[in-house]
Write a protein that binds this ligand. Structure first.
Ligand SMILES: *[C@@H]1O[C@H](CO)[C@@H](O)[C@H](O)[C@H]1NC(C)=O
Ligand SMILES: *[C@@H]1O[C@H](CO)[C@@H](O)[C@H](O)[C@H]1NC(C)=O
Ligand SMILES: *[C@@H]1O[C@H](CO)[C@@H](O)[C@H](O)[C@H]1NC(C)=O
Ligand SMILES: *[C@@H]1O[C@H](CO)[C@@H](O)[C@H](O)[C@H]1NC(C)=O
Ligand SMILES: *[C@@H]1O[C@H](CO)[C@@H](O)[C@H](O)[C@H]1NC(C)=O
Ligand SMILES: *[C@@H]1O[C@H](CO)[C@@H](O)[C@H](O)[C@H]1NC(C)=O
Ligand SMILES: *[C@@H]1O[C@H](CO)[C@@H](O)[C@H](O)[C@H]1NC(C)=O
Length: 922
């Protein structure tokens, strides 16, 4: 305890006179539509490229019933064009009437954020030239990349033909990008881009290292038009097979069922029809493949018996895929009115054609049958993308400052298309990380983004000659490799963190801050320039449709320090939607109480609030009627206790329970805290104690964010970092506005090294929350808190305790993981919410939680990243344009008419993913 306690300093405590206006968020979102979107197979994103300039533009395809939206929110480059009216006949679906073309830039990418990692997606890109550029020269060739990997070369030669390509892939992170790459043979363009989520169990050949590219897909027995959504809930396109001289089409009016463990879910409309050979015991198909002949192919054949077989009839055949006899020469018999599939698990090469042959066995009385066939080539995802935290950080930075340049796709990979102004390094495993960011003269506005904190290997950061405002964040001093930091010629203000100055003085960092008129180097000189920062507006929206009843609560804490006194002045105002503002101030003594005083304050320890790991907590109130909680502690060596208590009393953050004073009086040790009227989060989550009003989904999200911010402050705002060691729902307290604050921080440490303390066994933490790696290696780090916080997040989602006691004990992490692996988030979410939550959101939060609770601490995110992820997952948007606020009435109106109004690209993604929209094909 000794060194640690003495040395610890937290930002914004002693050396900072002003705490910038803090921002409270108000969740005033109303869930109107809830649950189930994903399980319906929807969650489609359908972009009509070049359609509409504004992000809100959409239409519903008259025949397909699919909602097509403008691609503008997903890309920030390219030109939009109409195709020539010559080609825009009434039979051409609307999504092909416009294109987006990319005359400049070697690589232009669409970015889909907030995808669900480990889920599979079908992505289809379509192209119709239609003389959009009035050059009448359709001969163009360009490459399509999926993320960092090559997908396909698109060759367009016929000006009136729709070319399309489709891939089935597994998302590895929450970003998916589709890039058009100019290979010098004409200007890339695109008409439509469609993305459909697929259950993970579908297409088992697809995994994180292998995607499939569609070569052909036929509904063999179909007569007439192709099949797609809603006949196929996954919106695959099944074409009729037209070469029929040797084949007879057959069908049934009965429904072909999908078995429960179906890996392909071929729709019954497709399975109801089939072909059999005209007069042969052999059915042969030769499906054309890509010219070039380098690819490896996989096939999937779909079978169902369509007629009830008589006693003396049988249908049995051998299956050859790409010339290879399937399944150790065992024959195959389709089931009556139930679909089954035969598919390759190993690829075969097929230079010009992929051969499929079905050969009846000698005792089969009926010829082979085939209902549908798919052939794919494999895309090996061999190129390693950049470190996902670096990518997330850069995407966030790009968003914050609206950077255009060529900032699309992966920042570092492939090197030829790396983002301008970045340098990267590649580690032994082939993973790239960013070492240099040069955004000088970039017209950046706003504050220095906290996302820079996640560029773990950055050495060089140049933000000079911009219009950056706000203070210089202290995290910059803790970027381990940073050697050059140029912030010169901005509009930064406030105190330069002493940690940065120290690094600069000892030569480990070249620091430039000249040309910022309002920065100051010590508290004295800052005092003269003190200025009230402008309040920031933050909107959280996670639920769709969104009702933005924005409630702004701006909490400004202005703290002056005089001798041993802290003056806390709290001003609350609620933005312009509140009548008047309330203001109150009270004085907090960081004072030493006597035992007699405590007796008086607590009315002779009359009311017990709770019993914690470190002693009993009593209710009390001070003379000025401020309510307090008095924690009586076990005995320890008192001198060190005083030092630690004094340090802890200086740790102030709006998501940490404030310490008002302490008592050390003979045998008696106590800490006096602000009173949190709504008790612990644990009580609110457990069915037996929460009464009839469980926390709503929005309240849970807010509590998660607030608690994460409190912990982040302990880890990054204090030096050395303060590790809580006992993060749990019982240590997260709620005030009367249900705002969450972390309690009991610093205590584990304070008591740890004390050999005489009878709580020394307690420091290990609480079962269920305990970092499994810590229990093994006994090395404590911030990541142990991250693990425990992951458990807390899971409790918030599920309402379950960390260890579930059913027929046997199971840890909440396993419990959740098991259920999510089956693709089912509904099984996981607290039933007491009665479906009042957004499924997509629940997936995202569960993903953050499971990441925190990784076994290996190295794989867990830092608390800073957790805060960022939560904010991003919650589609948090800062500095919202005021005019958009004033548009609230318009939005309300739209919502009343059942329309969705979308305010930012974040929300659009959240919205479209859970967009539930009507039916019908083409
Ligand atoms: C995924 O498949 C499983 C098992 O077939 C099913 O229970 C689950 O509902 C499916 N999930 C979605 C999102 O379709
Ligand atoms: C495309 O056509 C629409 C209406 O037909 C028109 O409003 C729009 O300006 C055209 N766009 C371009 C890029 O010519
Ligand atoms: C171009 O495509 C259209 C529509 O698919 C087709 O009718 C036409 O025959 C094609 N032209 C050539 C030259 O292939
Ligand atoms: C299916 O129904 C249609 C009309 O109801 C009928 O004409 C046709 O013969 C039926 N087909 C089979 C295979 O039963
Ligand atoms: C079927 O094929 C066999 C041998 O190829 C031939 O002898 C027979 O006439 C054919 N039957 C019909 C109905 O075409
Ligand atoms: C980035 O890389 C380029 C080319 O290798 C080099 O010239 C430049 O100095 C590097 N910049 C930084 C800041 O390291
Ligand atoms: C604070 O800065 C001012 C001006 O920069 C300087 O005059 C003063 O000596 C400094 N005070 C301390 C304590 O360093």
């Amino acid at each position: 305890m000794k060194k640690l306690a003495m040395g610890r300093r937290c930002f914004s405590s002693r050396n900072m006179a002003i705490i910038p206006c803090s921002i409270l968020l108000s969740f005033s979102v109303v869930a109107v539509q809830v649950g189930g979107q994903f399980s319906d197979g929807l969650g489609f994103i359908s972009l009509d490229c070049g359609y509409g300039l504004d992000a809100q533009a959409y239409y519903v395809g008259p025949l397909s019933g699919i909602r097509y939206v403008s691609d503008a929110p997903y890309i920030d480059s390219g030109e939009t064009h109409n195709i020539s009216s010559v080609y825009a006949s009434v039979t051409v679906p609307q999504r092909f009437l416009t294109v987006r073309s990319f005359p400049s830039g070697a690589r232009n990418c669409y970015t889909f954020k907030s995808m669900t990692p480990r889920l599979k997606y079908l992505i289809r890109a379509s192209f119709l030239y239609g003389n959009y550029d009035s050059k009448n020269s359709p001969s163009v060739q360009f490459d399509l990349h999926l993320g960092v990997n090559f997908w396909k070369t698109i060759t367009v030669t016929n000006r009136s033909k729709v070319y399309y390509t489709e891939t089935i892939m597994e998302a590895t992170t929450d970003l998916i990008s589709v890039c058009l790459v100019n290979n010098g043979r004409g200007t890339p363009f695109i008409s439509s881009l469609e993305l459909r989520p697929l259950n993970r169990t579908l297409y088992p050949v697809v995994n994180s290292s292998r995607s499939l590219i569609l070569s052909s897909r036929f509904d063999m027995g179909r007569i007439g038009d192709y099949v797609r959504f809603p006949s196929d809930p996954h919106d695959r396109i099944w074409n009729p097979f037209d070469e029929t001289t040797s084949l007879t089409k057959t069908s049934t009016n009965l429904t072909v069922e999908n078995p429960v463990d179906d890996h392909f879910e071929a729709p019954h409309v497709v399975m109801n029809t089939a072909v059999v050979p005209v007069n042969s015991t052999k059915l042969e198909l030769n499906l054309a493949t890509e010219p070039g002949g380098l690819d490896e192919y996989y096939a999937v054949l779909h079978f169902s018996e369509l007629k009830p077989l008589l006693q003396n009839e049988s249908r049995q055949f051998f299956v050859y895929l790409g010339g290879t006899l399937w399944n150790d020469a065992k024959s195959f018999t389709p089931d009556y009115l139930s679909s089954s599939a035969v598919y390759s698990t190993n690829p075969t090469s097929a230079p010009t054609h992929y051969n499929i042959s079905l050969v009846a066995t000698s005792d089969s009385t009926l010829p082979p049958i085939l209902n549908a066939a798919e052939v794919f080539s494999a895309m090996q995802n061999t190129i390693v993308p950049s470190d996902s935290r670096n990518v997330d950080a850069m995407v966030a930075i790009k968003g914050t400052y609206a950077v255009k340049r060529n900032w699309m796709g992966d920042p570092c990979v492939p090197k030829a298309y790396a983002w301008d102004g970045l340098n990267c390094t590649v580690d032994a495993a082939g993973v790239s990380r960013i070492t240099a960011v040069n955004l000088s003269h970039g017209a950046l506005t706003g504050e220095i983004s906290t996302s820079f904190a996640n560029l773990s290997e950055i050495q060089y950061l140049d933000l000079s000659y911009n219009k950056l405002t706000g203070s210089i964040p202290a995290f910059l001093a803790y970027l381990p490799s940073l050697k050059y930091l140029d912030l010169a010629n901005n509009e930064l203000s406030g105190l330069v963190p002493s940690s940065l100055l120290t690094k600069s003085q000892n030569g480990s960092l070249a620091l430039r801050i000249e040309g910022n008129r309002n920065v100051c180097f010590n508290a004295t000189s800052c005092g003269a320039k003190r200025k009230k920062p402008a309040p920031t507006i933050i909107v959280i929206s996670c639920v769709v449709p969104v009702v933005l009843l924005l409630m702004l609560v701006v909490l400004c804490i202005l703290r002056k320090q005089q001798g041993n006194h802290f003056f806390v002045h709290i001003q609350r105002s609620r933005g312009r939607h509140m009548r008047g503002s309330k203001e109150y101030a009270f004085q907090i003594d960081n004072r030493r109480f006597t035992y007699t005083e405590l007796k008086k304050i607590t009315k002779n320890f009359g009311r017990v609030l709770g019993k914690g790991g470190f002693g009993t907590v009593y209710y009390g109130h001070l003379d000025n009627s401020i309510k307090v909680a008095v924690k009586m502690l076990p005995h320890t060596s008192s001198e060190e206790f005083v030092t630690e208590a004094q340090h802890l009393s200086r740790v102030h953050h709006r998501n940490l329970v404030s310490m008002i004073g302490y008592c050390i009086d003979g045998e008696h040790l106590a800490l006096v805290y602000e009173y949190m009227s709504q008790g612990t989060l644990k009580e609110h989550l457990r069915a037996e104690s929460r009464g009839d009003r469980p926390l709503s989904w929005e309240q849970r999200l807010r509590i998660a964010l607030e608690a994460s911010q409190g912990l982040e402050y302990l880890h990054t705002g204090c030096k050395p970092p303060l590790i809580h060691r006992d993060v749990k729902t019982a240590n997260i307290l709620l005030n009367e506005r249900l705002e969450a604050k972390i309690s009991d921080f610093g205590l584990s440490k304070a008591f740890e090294d004390d050999d005489h303390s009878h709580v020394s066994t307690k420091v290990a933490g609480t079962p269920g929350y305990l970092d499994p790696e810590y229990s093994v290696k006994n090395q404590l780090s911030e990541k142990s808190d991250v693990y425990s916080f992951g458990v807390v997040l899971l409790e918030l989602i599920t309402g379950q305790p960390p260890i579930l006691i059913g027929s046997e004990k199971i840890h909440i992490v396993e419990w959740v993981y098991e259920r999510l692996a089956k693709g089912n988030v509904e099984d996981v979410v607290d039933k007491s919410l009665q479906g009042e939550y957004d499924v997509n959101c629940a997936w995202k939060i569960a993903y953050v939680a499971l990441n925190c609770a990784m076994q290996s601490s190295a794989k867990r995110p830092t608390m800073t990243e957790v805060v960022m992820q939560l904010k991003e997952r919650l589609a948090l948007q800062s500095n919202l344009d005021k005019t958009q606020l004033e548009d609230r009435n318009t939005q309300k109106l739209l919502i009343e008419h059942g329309e969705m109004y979308q305010m930012s690209s974040f929300e659009i993604e959240c919205a479209t993913i859970s967009d539930k929209d009507g039916p019908s094909a083409r």
